[in-house]
Design a protein around this ligand. Structure first.
Ligand code: PDD
Length: 287
């Protein structure tokens, strides 16, 4: 008996089911989900699960894939087609498939809806209830491992979108002590009053950008002094220049932060010189 999944309007064989490779759930974790128990042929706490789904969608300003009555029909149909009496259904809604870009896609992007169902053996759970389980403890780290380049980019997506809605193009994270972390998809640099390039250490709390690492080589070649140290938002606001580095943005000057101009409000020469020298120094591999 083959399992059946619901994907965007169609009931398909589980083994053939798939979403687009540019689905935002796949690329940004820009998606929400629910898992709901099925016991003795009955869905448990459906209303509360669908209420929480509504809330999750609302919080992320994601479109609802369909009304609650229609959704309930589809959930029932998936459970029926999979002959589930004991088990669960899994439901995921993503912001849909769109060209990869952190900003929310255009409003007509259709959300992706996937529903799967699975039978489980109640006797396995019963055994667990009888024997109990062993656990470990660990430091809360959901999700401070931004040093790993994962697709868990939902906070970055929301930051970029917030920037866009504030009339800006990007966002910079500041920690609770007022220290600059990094951009939503880039590393941050400042040029201090004495011309020194400053960027925060990449040991923790930020992604160690490849462009950042190569830029350290560029600075050495151009004999520009560099300090890898923390700097505050205030120091950044008073800097001679502020710029971003990333593989897609090279060395991008920042001319305004929270509505205040950086220096005279125009791109500076240090960022331009670095950008000019960058390609020369970076590794280049023939296609
Ligand atoms: N982003 N920090 C974050 C959070 C990033 O997403 C990126 C890159 C960087 C800079 O890393 P690199 O120099 O290796 O590109 C720093 C890519 C460009 C993106 O998500 O589109």
């Amino acid at each position: 008996m083959s399992r059946i999944a619901y994907v965007n309007g169609a009931y398909v064989r589980h083994s053939d089911a798939g979403v687009h490779i540019e689905d935002r759930g796949f690329q940004f974790a820009d998606a929400v989900y629910e898992v709901c128990e099925v016991r003795k042929g009955l869905i448990v706490d459906l209303t509360r699960h669908l209420d929480r789904l509504d809330r999750s969608l609302r919080e992320l300003r994601m479109a609802h894939p369909m009304g609650r009555d229609a959704l309930t029909v589809v959930i029932r149909e998936v459970l029926r087609r999979n002959h589930v009496r004991h088990g669960m259904f899994y439901l995921q809604v993503s912001r849909g498939a769109a060209k990869r870009d952190h900003f929310f896609p255009s409003a007509d992007t259709v959300p992706t809806l996937v529903i799967t169902a699975k039978s489980t053996d109640p006797s396995v759970m019963l055994r667990k209830y009888e024997t109990g389980i062993k656990v470990i403890t660990l430091a809360e780290n959901r999700w401070d491992r931004v040093d790993i380049k994962t697709v868990g980019l939902l906070p970055n997506v929301l930051a970029k979108q917030q920037a866009k809605e504030a009339g800006a193009q990007d966002a910079i994270y500041i920690d609770r002590n007022g220290i600059v972390m990094e951009g939503a998809s880039s590393n941050v640099w400042i040029v201090a009053a004495d011309g020194t390039l400053v960027t925060r250490p990449a040991e923790y709390g930020i992604l160690r950008g490849i462009t950042r690492t190569t830029l350290l080589d560029v600075a050495a070649a151009l004999k520009i002094a560099v300090e890898e140290r923390e700097f505050s938002r205030d120091e950044m606001l008073a800097a001679r220049e502020v710029f971003f580095t990333s593989a897609t943005g090279s060395c991008t000057p920042i001319v305004s932060i929270d509505g205040k101009p950086v220096a005279n409000g125009h791109p500076g020469s240090v960022a331009a010189n670095i950008r000019d020298a960058f390609f020369e120094i970076a590794e280049k591999t023939a296609i």
